[in-house]
Write a protein that binds this ligand. Structure first.
Ligand code: GDP
Ligand code: CA
Length: 317
């Protein structure tokens, strides 16, 4: 069995390559839930949904949301929100399409009926005929919070979507992480995997929440010799999103070396882009084996080629 630790878009791209070469039944994905939030009363799990929509060829052209969307409900909400207090006017900046809303309605209702997030995610996957297992990292509430340079602390969606991840961040906290329990399914998926892969997701925002769960981090450390990380940074730049400048703002090196430093307790092999070959010695000095290959997944074929590289990366016995 293969287990992949995942955020949203970078992970979804990698997984779309992996399922071209491995049976989806052999793949489990432990997904970040630190971005989850409630909007218009709906329970929304952006990373879980991005992966599910991508792997079922139902993702919007922008890389999130669903394909063939209509926006009637949001349009009505916008009309209604004109007279609402400021905090209820999320319609200005957070787009939810009609088809996407059906997912959140279903999830919200099932959670209200007492199902846990793992169960509901399984139901949604089954409904979409998704054969790999998507496992939320926890069934409890963990919220990624960011403290900005001026000392204000805001939640993930306000940072990422409303403020377009443009403002400098001083620190990140994962609210609730000490009380939250990693799910049994997620822990088992890590403990009994033959090969573990850390997807090319934002290290601090997407993988950080998983590492903030003490039990999950401990199991992952014990599996370091089986774990391969893929760098989301190519030549010091994120392919998408704030990973590069955010890492610098947090005092980390914004390159694959910084990614290696951040993950060195958890992974024993780093797959980095061929453009970063000059960093081989620095990464290996941190105790990693290394493989250099093209890592930009601009087409399904490139994603498949990267998956092949990762599946043939050598592990310690
Ligand atoms: P989010 O939750 O949707 O922000 O997605 P992730 O955290 O999973 O992914 C964001 C990260 O994916 C960014 O740091 C990107 O640099 C990385 N990423 C996206 N596409 C690619 C790609 O084709 N190759 C590599 N190496 N990284 C990528
Ligand atoms: Ca995310």
């Amino acid at each position: 069995m293969i287990t992949v630790l995942a955020g949203g878009v970078g992970a979804a791209r990698f997984l779309s390559g992996l399922i071209q070469i491995e049976k989806p039944e052999n793949i489990r994905v432990v997904v970040n839930t630190g971005d989850d939030f409630i909007l218009h009363g709906l329970y929304i799990c952006p990373d879980i949904d991005t992966i599910r929509y991508t792997l079922t060829n139902d993702v919007g052209s922008q890389g999130w949301g669903r394909s063939n969307e209509t926006w009637h409900a949001l349009g009505e909400l916008k009309n209604l929100a004109q007279h609402a207090p400021e905090r209820s006017r999320a319609t200005d900046w957070f787009a939810l399409g009609d088809r996407d809303i059906a997912t959140h309605l279903y999830r919200t209702q099932r959670l209200r009926e007492g199902a846990d997030l793992t169960q509901v995610t399984g139901e949604l996957s089954q409904a979409a005929s998704l054969r790999l297992k998507l496992l939320p990292m926890t069934n409890d509430r963990v919220a990624t919070m960011l403290t900005m340079e001026d000392g204000e602390t805001i939640d993930f969606q306000e940072y990422f979507v409303k403020r377009r991840h443009a403002e400098p961040v001083m620190s990140i906290q994962f609210e609730g992480n000490r009380q939250a329990k990693a799910s049994r399914e997620a822990l088992d998926a890590i403990a009994d995997a033959e090969r573990l892969i850390i997807a090319p997701s934002n290290p601090v925002l997407s993988i950080g929440p998983l590492l903030a769960l003490p039990e999950l981090a401990a199991v992952l450390r014990s599996q370091r010799h089986r774990t391969i990380a893929i760098s989301p940074l190519i030549n010091g730049k994120a392919v998408k999103g704030p990973a590069d400048h955010l890492m610098a703002e947090l005092g980390l090196d914004s390159s694959v070396v910084g990614v290696a430093n951040y993950l060195d307790q958890y992974a024993g092999h780093m797959v980095a882009d061929e453009a970063d070959i000059d960093k081989r010695a620095s990464i290996e000095a941190l105790g990693f084996k290394t493989t250099f290959a093209p890592t930009l997944m601009s087409t399904p074929k490139r994603a498949r080629e990267l998956a092949k590289v990762v599946m043939s990366a050598t592990l310690d016995d």
